[in-house]
Each structure stands twice: as C-alpha cells, then as structure tokens.
Design a protein around this ligand. Structure first.
Ligand code: HEC
Ligand code: HEC
Length: 304
C-alpha cells in the first residue's frame, strides 16, 4: 500500500538532512590541505619530517619558557608531571623509570609527540624549527647529543636511542593462539580474575571460589582475607586505584611512604574519620572500624 504519510516523512527527513549537511559543510570530500592537517606522523626513519632545524642552545631557551614549569629545568619533572630525562638502567628494576632517554626506542617519537601534543596547554602551537630545537634540547638533557648539536630533518633518524633493542615483536607462543570460530567455550564459564593494579600476574592470586574476586597469596607477603580484598574493591578502589582527587594510589610506594611518616595510628584515624578528599571510611559508614583498618593494612602492604 502506498502510504503518503510515510513518503512525506522520508522526504522531509532527506530534505532536512541535506539542509543540515549544507549548513555545516558536511559531506564534502576532504581536500589535500585538510588531510595534510591530520597526516603529521613521523616515522623512525624520518619519513614525515618537515624541512627544518634547531640547536640545543635555541632549544634550551624555548624549553625554559614553555616546558620547564611542568617537566622541570632538567627534565626531572615538577611535582607529579612526567619526567623527560634520567632513569638509565632502571628498566629491569621493580619500579622502572621510563623516560625519553631510558625507554623510548626512537627519537622520531619525541619530535612527533612534542609537535603533536606539547605544550600540554597549547598543543600544536610550536613552529617547526622550535620543535627541532626543543627536541634537540630534550635529547641533550638525556645526554644523547652534545651542547653544540643542531637537529635537522636529515640527522634525526641517525640518533641511536639506548633502549632501541628493548622493543621487539612479541613471540611468546600464547599470543599466537588461533581465534575460536566454532564449538567455543561458553563465555559464561570463563572467569576473568581481576588483580589490584591490573598488572600483577594472575598466578600470584588464588580464586576464592565463588564470585570472581581474587586474593593474593603469600607470594608477595600479603595477608589480607578475601573479604578485605573484596571490600577494598567495592569501597576504596574507585579512588585509590586511579588516584582520583589526588588519593594516594595503592602500590605507589613514594606516596604512601610520605604518609607513613605520620605513623600508622594517624593513618588509621584519617581513614576512619576522613581527611580532605577522603570521606570518613571512604563514605562507607556501614563498615566496621576493624574492617577499615584491615583494608588500610592491605593497601599499605601493596605499597611497600
Ligand atoms: C602544563 C604542563 C605541561 C607543559 C607546559 C608541558 N607538558 Fe609535556 N606533558 C605534560 C603531561 C600532563 C604529559 C603526559 C600526557 C599524557 O600522558 O597524556 C606530558 C608528556 C610529555 C612527554 C611524554 C613523556 C612520556 O614519557 O610519556 C613529552 C616528551 C613532553 N611532555 C614534552 C614537553 C615539551 C617539550 C614541552 C614544552 C614545549 C612540554 N612537554 C610542556 C604536561 C606538560
Ligand atoms: C571518594 C574517593 C575515596 C574513596 C572512596 C576512598 N578514599 Fe581514601 N583517600 C581519598 C583521598 C582524596 C585521599 C587523600 C586525602 C588527603 O590526604 O588529602 C585519601 C587518603 C586515604 C588514606 C591516607 C590517609 C593519611 O593519613 O594520609 C587512607 C589510609 C585511605 N584513604 C584509606 C581508604 C580506605 C580504606 C577506603 C575504603 C574503605 C578509602 N580510602 C576510600 C579518597 C578516597
């Protein structure tokens, strides 16, 4: 049956869509100029770099002006802003310090990152030569080039980063499992066992057998019961796993060490009564004092 209401409805829809497209310039093919604005990636071999140059010396002045207030005069990082230098030979440590110099495999990433995203408060505001100069200076802070160095589109790819060989294609057998396409396991039967920071290997954990919550075995000396771990996950994790509102992160040794200086009784008290952004008992006044203290012990154990 011919339905006039439907046809009119469609017609109106098509017309108004066209009008909106017109109004907002939607639906036009992207011009080369538009694509060029997006196509800014720089590859390790230097492909994608625009012509330009900048010296360490020029970079120092620019860096002091535009970067040092967050990243520190020597790349040491102000407060909790990221470090850009240092950390040599720490990658095998329990708490590796990953910086441009200690971790990044290619200098091209540095150029690309600064060009694309920095300064944090004014991304893509730097001129090409400024990006070269500041990149040169950050390389110099990492002692990868000397103070006389001038970085150009031709020599960037020749800079050898110390951790270049630390990256390779993952060749462990379990990453090459074929995808299951038929007679697959019922997904309901697969339990994902969450770990506190999402990084601890799950075989350090023992499943408590009923609700998917894992607790840590003696492997790393944590004594918390499943009940404590579960309550942490329900009541505290949303702030203390993420660092929300500057909550000290569980596992962040330095952050907890500072707090430990006031003594454990004060810490318990602050967790029970609340302090600044920390609500009393994390907002869970239904929890017993004993439970909150046990959770604090658990958080401290994971952070020592
Ligand atoms: C307002 C503070 C601020 C300023 C100013 C700033 N940055 Fe950053 N920078 C950040 C933050 C925050 C990050 C982390 C961003 C992220 O992880 O998404 C970062 C990340 C970086 C990184 C990557 C670090 C890593 O190891 O992942 C580099 C390199 C960098 N900035 C360079 C610069 C340079 C060069 C300048 C000056 C042109 C600059 N930044 C200015 C805040 C700042
Ligand atoms: C809504 C977010 C939030 C929740 C939920 C939360 N915390 Fe906190 N917590 C914070 C913040 C923010 C701080 C830092 C407060 C400060 O010192 O300024 C903090 C600090 C702490 C401290 C350190 C106190 C000190 O003396 O330095 C302990 C211990 C703590 N929380 C335990 C817990 C426990 C246990 C739970 C769960 C029962 C919990 N928190 C839930 C936000 C939260």
């Amino acid at each position: 049956m011919f339905n006039w209401r439907k046809v009119t409805g469609w017609l109106l829809l098509v017309l108004s869509t066209a009008a909106i497209a017109e109004q907002y310039n939607l639906g036009k093919p992207a011009s080369e100029k538009v694509i060029a604005g997006w196509d800014i990636d720089v590859r390790p071999d230097g492909l994608g770099l625009p012509k330009g140059s900048g010296s360490v010396e020029e970079g120092e002045a620019l860096y002091d002006q535009k970067c040092a207030n967050c990243h520190g005069s020597f790349g040491e990082g102000e407060g909790r802003w990221p470090k850009l230098a240092g950390g040599e030979d720490t990658l095998r440590d329990e708490r590796p310090e990953k910086t441009v110099g200690s971790y990044w495999p290619y200098a091209s990433t540095l150029w690309d990152y600064i060009h694309r995203a920095m300064p944090f408060n004014a991304p893509q505001s730097l001129a090409t030569d400024e990006v070269y100069a500041i990149t040169a200076y950050v390389l110099n802070l990492n002692e990868l080039v000397d103070g006389e160095f001038v970085l150009t589109q031709d020599n960037l790819a020749t800079i050898e980063m110390p951790n270049k060989n630390g990256f390779y294609v993952d060749n462990r057998p379990d990453v090459a499992n074929p995808r299951c396409m038929k007679n697959c396991k019922d997904p309901e039967s697969i339990k994902v066992i969450a770990t506190i920071a999402g990084i601890t290997p799950t075989d350090h954990f023992k499943h408590d057998g009923n609700d998917g919550v894992a607790y840590q075995e003696s492997a790393v000396g944590v004594t918390a019961t499943p009940e404590v771990v579960k309550t942490y996950q329900n009541a505290c994790k949303m702030c203390h796993d993420t660092g929300l509102n500057d909550a000290p992160k569980t596992g962040d040794v330095a952050a907890w060490q500072k707090r430990l200086n006031q003594g454990k009784p004060a810490i318990y008290n602050n967790a029970l009564k609340g302090i600044n952004g920390m609500p009393a008992k994390g907002g869970r006044t239904d929890l017993s004092d004993e439970m909150v203290k046990s959770i604090v012990d658990y958080m401290l154990e994971l952070s020592e």
